[in-house]
Design a protein around this ligand. Structure first.
Ligand code: GLC
Ligand code: CA
Length: 554
């Protein structure tokens, strides 16, 4: 495998609206990120991915862009953005923006022009169809309801895979692709290191539109049905790579769900469409086709098996990006650990995913162990996806209380509550009123405490990051092969990372009860431990509840 500059890097996702508010309006902003660069640099991360900060009505919190060349004034100015890129460079950090080009906002000029003249040039920027008795197809949008919605005052309708304020761009139109590539290059010229690429698998639709078997009582079919019918996305993605990213050695990470078997090589192999893509095998465990209300909790065995499946699939084809949470998912420690999670368990989960082969991503607040939040009514939920799921739950016959309880486990607000910097009103995130309520546990969980406490989760993350860059172990942890160990032993997740020089054994006891495990040979050294002691007797290790160790083995 050819070595790339980003192979040994650690990425960190910033959700700007909730990271740090520098001017007291309750909304996180770019100057706020700049103020916290030293914090991030102390943590040790290199690549910073910013969720969208472009001009947007924020119907889907910025994933609905109305001008790809402007910064939304709520987040700051273009000068702030330039300063962020410069200040990051000074600290050897790289900035990624979010590339949201499956759709734009209905307030984008292109869409406004399409409304004015659906038969004109801009009508062809979108998927339009005449309104008639029957919709062109029975696809359900990701946020609920049909993908078709009337184009105001025109007798036509347009397609939106997500919210109705997010009309899909027509990638079949070369003019659309040209506009997108122009914008990508414009940003790369500014000094961006690359992009996280949003919802990209949706850009290729099976045409002409047709119905697929309905999978719920609404008579609609899930978006996955259309994805499995679509073919030929590679032409778009290869073109995009060649006309943009490749020229800049950009780092790109695709948000790819439902790729086709055998596509991994094309997507993220040598000269793939992207540098890497997220491993979502864990994120989809327990998801029900009926809706989020029917999802079930994840067991440690399922988590382990999903990680091992993904690792086996990718082999040395390329690098997955590994994560336990992001702005669309519940907090990892609330989702994967039976609650309420203690700090030792949080460290174990961190250590287990961090040493998998691939690029580790940390989502803001994860490094201090932020947890899911509490809500007492649906009005307190901002997330449009959770609101849609709440409706689905009610329609399925759940009581409002049951629907709220079910939906609050997956609401995207869980990850979007403001970053907890310190134990002061507004959690140190803002001096004003935060746009979304702070998690009430901020008295207990906040960065100020974690930074100064030697045995904190934050300090543990620093050690994990340090190991991946360590002159003794970095090579093995970045490039070494992956092999499961004692896979059948319940609630034990263990694996080897093997390099030409060294072999490391990573072990986590995924339960509160102690358990014993046989070692494969002599443990030469304990490289990392989340508890003060380790009991090794001959060829056995006695792991305490939630204990995590990395051993160098001979
Ligand atoms: C991606 C984003 C999500 C957004 C959706 C539509 O999944 O991560 O936040 O709602 O795309 O852009
Ligand atoms: Ca602000």
């Amino acid at each position: 495998m050819n070595r790339q500059w980003w192979h040994n890097k650690i990425a960190y996702q910033i959700y700007p609206k909730s990271f740090y508010d520098s001017n007291g309006d309750g909304i996180g902003d770019l100057p706020g990120i700049i103020e916290k660069l030293d914090y991030l640099s102390y943590l040790g991360v290199d690549i910073l991915w910013l969720s969208p900060i472009y001009q947007s009505p924020l119907a889907d919190q910025g994933y609905d862009i109305s001008d790809y060349y402007k910064i939304d004034p709520r987040f700051g100015t273009m000068e702030d953005m330039d300063r962020l890129i410069t200040e990051a460079k000074k600290r050897n950090m790289y900035i990624l923006m979010d590339l949201v080009v499956n759709h734009c906002s209905d307030e984008h000029l292109w869409f406004q022009k399409a409304i004015q003249d659906p038969e004109g040039e801009y009508g062809n920027f979108f998927y339009l169809a005449d309104e008639g008795e029957k919709k062109p197809c029975n696809w359900r949008s990701y946020f609920g309801g049909s993908v078709w919605y009337p184009l105001p005052g025109t007798g036509k309708q347009y397609l939106h895979m997500f919210h109705k304020k997010q009309p899909d761009l027509n990638w079949e139109n070369p003019r659309v692709r040209e506009e997108i590539y122009k914008n990508i290059n414009w940003w790369l010229e500014k000094g961006l290191a690359g992009f996280r690429i949003d919802a990209i698998i949706n850009i290729k639709k099976p045409l002409p539109f047709s119905d697929y078997p309905a999978d719920r009582e609404d008579g609609l079919c899930s978006p996955e049905a259309m994805l499995s019918e679509a073919s030929g996305i590679g032409e778009f993605l290869g073109e995009m790579r060649d006309k943009t990213f490749a020229k800049y050695q950009a780092f790109t990470v695709g948000e790819v769900f439902n790729e086709k078997p055998g596509d991994l090589e094309k997507f993220i192999g040598e000269n793939g469409y992207f540098s890497t893509m997220f491993d979502f095998h864990e994120a989809v465990i327990g998801h029900s086709p009926k809706g989020a209300y029917d999802n079930r909790p994840v067991t440690p065995e399922e988590y382990k098996n999903a990680c091992f499946t993904a690792q086996a699939k990718i082999g040395d084809t390329g690098f997955y990006s590994n994560l336990i949470e992001n702005h669309d998912e519940p907090r990892g420690v609330s989702h994967y650990l039976p609650g309420p999670p203690c700090e030792a368990a949080k460290k174990m989960l961190a250590g287990l995913y961090f040493m998998l082969r691939g690029i580790p991503f940390i989502y803001q607040g994860q490094e201090i162990g932020m947890e899911n939040t509490e809500v007492s009514s649906i009005e307190q939920i901002d997330d449009i996806s959770a609101r849609g799921e709440y409706e689905t739950a009610l329609k399925a016959g759940l009581s409002p209380e049951e629907a709220l309880a079910a939906v609050s486990l997956m609401s995207r607000d869980n990850a979007r509550t403001p970053m907890q910097w310190e134990d002061s009103p507004g959690a140190g995130f803002t001096k004003g009123t935060p746009w979304l309520s702070v998690n009430p546990n901020y008295h207990r969980i906040h960065a100020a405490d974690q930074m100064e406490r030697e045995d904190s989760l934050f300090q543990f993350y620093r050690k994990l990051i340090g190991l991946r860059k360590d002159s003794d172990y970095g090579e093995t942890l970045v490039y070494g092969s992956f092999a499961p160990y004692l896979k059948e032993q319940k609630n034990l997740m263990a694996y080897f990372r093997k390099g030409p020089e060294k072999t490391l054994l990573v072990m986590g006891n995924f339960q509160k009860e102690p358990q014993e495990a046989v070692l494969p040979g002599v443990a030469a050294r304990i490289v990392l431990n989340n508890l003060p002691h380790t009991e090794i007797k001959e060829n056995k290790i006695m792991l305490e509840g939630w204990q995590y160790v990395i051993l160098e083995v001979k």
